[in-house]
Design a protein. Structure first.
Length: 654
C-alpha cells in the first residue's frame, strides 16, 4: 500500500475501534451496572399496575363543585393466572352465568393476550364490590380489584352541557390519524359536552406501579421501593361562569315542558344557565348502569339527549323584531321617528297579512311599534332594507341584510365551548334562489321581518343577540369555562376578545332599547317586571308548522321571550322558548323573569313564589308524548343528586 494512504487507514481503524468501544461500554453499563431494564423485563416476577388519575373537578362561578369524582372499582383479569378458582361463586357474585364468564375470558385474551390485565367487570356496584372484596383471596392471582374514579354530578343537573365519559372504543383506538394515541384499552374519555371539549385538560395522566410477586404470583410490595413507579397526575379543574342556582331553578321550571333556556352575562359572554327540556339526571350516565341507561335515554320519545339550546332551530317570531329594527336604522332607510299607517295588516305584497293591532297610531314610530309589536311595521322595514337603492338591487340588498344577521351570530356557529352547535337558517340568496327558482323579490319572504318565514335560530343565538343589544353593539363568544386551574395556555383567549357588530348608532340602539322597555312596562311582557329593576324584553308567539303524513299542518304556537336587565349596565341577557305552549306571556315571560330576579337580587319575592310554583307544576308536553316517554320513571328510580332538591328548597325559602 502506498505510504500516502497510511494516515487514512489509521483514521478508519481508529473510527471503527472507537465505535466498537462505545458499544461494548454501553452493553456493559446496561447489563452489569444498570439494573432497571432487566428488572422491568422480568415479567414473571413483576406486576405492572395502572393507576388511573382523578379527572379535573368542575366548579360553578361561586366555587361550588358541580361535577366531581367518586371511587368505584373495576375487576381486572389476567387469563394466564386464572387457575383453580370457584368460578361458580364468582359468577354468583357478579350475577352472570358460566357462558358469560367464558365469553369474557375469551374477549380478554383476544384484546390483551393471556399475560396482560384487562377489564373483566367494570364499575362494580357498591353491593357487588362489597361481596367481592370479602372473598377476593379466593380468586387471586388471576383477578384483581382496581380503583376507578368515576364522575358524580352533585346537583343532578346540567346533563346537556356537562356531558359524560365512557370507555374508549376499539374504533377510536384504531383511528388512523392518531388522535387517541395517548389512550389504551380500558381508559375513559369525554364523549359529549364540556367533558369532550376539555378532555385534554380534564383527563390527567395515568401512573404506573410495579409490584414484586412471589412464587405463587401474589403481590409482595413495590419494586425497588417504587424507584420505577410513575405518579398519576390529576386533571386540571375548570371554573365555569355557570350559576348552579339558576341552573337548578331553570331545570325545575322546565319539567314537563319541551324547550330551552339560555342566560348569558353580557359583560363577559359567560353562560349563566343553559337548560334543555326535557332533561335527565346526569348521574344516569355514570357508574355501572351507564350503557343500559344510555339506551333508554336514546330511545325515549322526548329526545332528552338532544340539546335544544344549541341544536334546535325555531322561528323566532316577534323576538326578532328588534333585529329587523336595528338593521333598518343602521342602513338609514328610516329614523327612530319613522311611522307606518298600519290598519290591522300589511297589504303591499298583493295579499293582506294581519297585524295584531288595528288602533290608529300603534306604529307611529320605532319605539311605539316595538312596544305594540306591529307585524306590518317590521315587514315593511325588512322590505325597505333589502330594496334599498344603494345596494344596487334586491338580491344584493338581501345579501347585505344577511350579512348583518351573520355579524350578530345568526346563520353561523357562535363557537360555544361544547360540541354539536348548529348554524341555524337565514334567507341568504342561495337559499332564496333554491326555494323560488331564482324568481323572487322583497315580498317573497316578507314574513322574516317579523320573525317568521325562512328563519331558524337557536336559543343560544337569541340570547347572544340580546347581549349585543344590551351592550349596544358588541358581544363576547358565549362560553362556559372562565378559567382553568394552573393553566398558562391561551386556550381561553378567544373568549376574552370583543366582537363588534356594524356601526349602529347609539340613537338607533336607544330607540330599540326603549321600545323593549315599553314592552315590559306597558306591553305584552308586563309579567317580566322586577321591582326596582328596568327590564327590557320582547315576547314572541312563533307559528309552528310540521309535515304530518306528507301534509304541512299548523300546530300549537311556541312561547318565546328574550330580554336583558338592567337596562343600563346590564348583568343578564336571556332567551326562553317553550314549545307548543301558546302566547309568549303565558310561560316564557314568567320563567325568564323569575330567573332574572333571582340572579339580580339573589331572591324571589314572596308575591312571585306562587308563579314559581305554578311554573314548576304546569305541564305543556302533549299527553301522547308523556304517555310514550319513560323519562320520569327513569329519573325517579335512578335519582341520586338530593343536593339539587336541597338547593331548590333554599332558593324558594330565601
Amino acid at each position: 500500500m502506498s505510504v500516502y494512504n497510511q494516515p487514512r487507514k489509521r483514521v478508519i481503524q481508529l473510527i471503527v475501534l472507537g465505535m466498537v468501544s462505545l458499544i461494548v461500554v454501553r452493553l456493559f453499563f446496561l447489563q452489569v451496572v444498570e439494573t432497571k431494564y432487566s428488572k422491568l423485563a422480568d415479567a414473571n416476577a413483576h406486576l405492572r399496575k395502572v393507576i388511573y388519575p382523578s379527572r379535573g373537578i368542575i366548579y360553578d362561578r361561586n366555587g361550588r363543585a358541580i361535577l366531581r369524582n367518586e371511587a368505584l372499582y373495576d375487576l381486572m383479569v389476567t387469563p394466564a393466572n386464572v387457575k383453580k378458582i370457584d368460578t361458580a361463586y364468582l359468577c354468583e357474585i357478579l350475577r352472570i352465568d358460566m357462558e358469560e364468564f367464558r365469553k369474557r375470558i375469551t374477549k380478554a385474551i383476544i384484546k390483551e393476550g393471556r399475560v396482560r390485565q384487562s377489564v373483566f367487570a367494570s364499575l362494580l356496584p357498591p353491593d357487588v364490590y362489597g361481596k367481592l372484596q370479602e372473598s377476593m383471596y379466593m380468586f387471586q392471582p388471576g383477578f384483581e380489584l382496581v380503583l376507578r374514579p368515576v364522575r358524580s354530578y352533585t346537583y343532578g343537573v346540567g346533563a346537556s352541557f356537562l356531558g359524560y365519559i365512557s370507555e374508549i372504543s376499539p374504533a377510536m383506538l384504531a383511528d388512523s390519524l392518531g388522535r387517541y394515541s395517548a389512550y389504551q384499552q380500558g381508559d375513559y374519555i369525554g364523549m359529549t359536552g364540556l367533558e369532550r371539549t376539555y378532555e385534554n385538560i380534564l383527563m390527567g395522566q395515568r401512573g404506573i406501579q410495579y409490584l414484586v410477586k412471589d412464587n405463587l404470583n401474589r403481590p409482595q410490595g413495590s419494586l425497588e421501593n417504587g424507584e420505577f413507579d410513575t405518579v398519576a397526575i390529576a386533571g386540571k379543574n375548570l371554573r365555569l361562569s355557570l350559576d348552579i342556582e339558576l341552573q337548578v331553578l331553570g331545570e325545575r321550571m322546565m319539567q314537563g315542558k319541551v324547550g330551552s333556556i339560555v342566560a348569558i352575562d353580557p359583560a363577559t359572554g359567560g353562560i349563566l344557565a343553559m337548560v334543555s327540556g326535557p332533561t335527565f339526571d346526569p348521574n344516569l350516565l355514570a357508574g355501572s348502569y351507564r350503557a343500559q341507561n344510555f339506551n333508554k335515554l336514546y330511545q325515549d320519545t322526548t329526545s332528552p339527549l338532544y340539546n335544544r339550546a344549541i341544536q334546535a332551530m325555531y322561528p323566532p317570531g316577534s323576538t326578532f323584531k328588534p333585529i329587523t329594527g336595528l338593521i333598518a336604522l343602521d342602513e338609514g332607510v328610516i329614523t327612530p321617528a319613522f311611522g307606518y299607517p298600519c290598519h290591522g295588516g300589511y297589504a303591499q305584497c298583493g295579499r293582506f297579512i294581519k297585524c295584531t293591532h288595528s288602533n290608529p297610531g300603534h306604529a307611529a314610530n320605532m319605539r311605539t311599534a316595538m312596544a305594540n309589536s306591529c307585524n306590518a311595521y317590521f315587514m315593511h322595514l325588512y322590505r325597505l332594507s333589502v330594496d334599498n337603492n344603494k345596494w344596487g338591487g334586491t338580491m344584493k340588498g338581501q345579501a347585505k341584510w344577511v350579512e348583518y344577521l351573520n355579524a350578530m351570530g345568526f346563520g353561523e356557529r357562535l363557537g360555544v365551548d361544547i360540541p354539536s352547535e348548529v348554524r341555524g337558517i337565514v334567507p341568504d340568496t342561495a337559499r332564496m334562489n333554491y326555494r323560488y327558482r331564482g324568481l323572487w323579490n322583497s315580498c317573497s319572504e316578507v314574513y322574516v321581518g317579523m320573525g317568521q318565514g325562512l328563519l331558524g335560530v337557536t336559543p343560544l343565538q337569541l340570547a347572544n343577540a340580546m347581549a349585543i343589544i344590551a351592550n349596544r353593539g358588541h358581544y363576547y363568544l358565549p362560553h362556559f369555562v372562565q378559567s382553568i386551574d394552573n393553566d398558562n395556555s391561551d386556550l381561553l383567549k378567544k373568549y376574552k376578545e370583543k366582537h363588534s357588530v356594524a356601526h349602529i348608532s347609539d340613537e338607533a340602539f336607544n330607540s330599540v332599547v326603549l321600545g323593549m322597555e315599553d314592552v315590559v312596562t306597558k306591553g305584552t311582557a308586563r309579567g317580566a317586571q322586577i321591582e326596582g329593576v328596568a327590564v327590557c324584553g320582547k315576547t314572541g308567539t312563533a307559528e309552528n308548522k310540521a309535515r304530518i303524513n306528507g301534509k304541512i299542518e299548523k300546530l300549537k304556537d311556541h312561547s318565546l321571550f328574550v330580554g336583558f336587565a338592567p337596562r343600563d349596565n346590564p348583568k343578564i341577557a336571556i332567551a326562553v322558548i317553550v314549545e307548543n305552549a301558546g302566547f309568549g306571556s303565558t310561560y316564557a315571560v314568567p320563567i325568564a323573569s323569575i330567573l332574572m330576579e333571582k340572579y339580580l337580587t339573589d331572591t324571589i319575592s314572596a308575591k312571585r313564589r306562587p308563579i314559581l310554583q305554578k311554573m314548576m307544576e304546569t305541564v305543556t308536553m302533549s299527553n301522547e308524548m308523556r304517555a310514550k316517554s319513560k323519562l320520569d320513571s327513569l329519573n325517579r328510580v335512578n335519582y341520586t343528586a338530593a343536593q339539587g332538591d336541597d338547593l331548590l328548597r333554599k332558593i324558594i325559602a330565601n
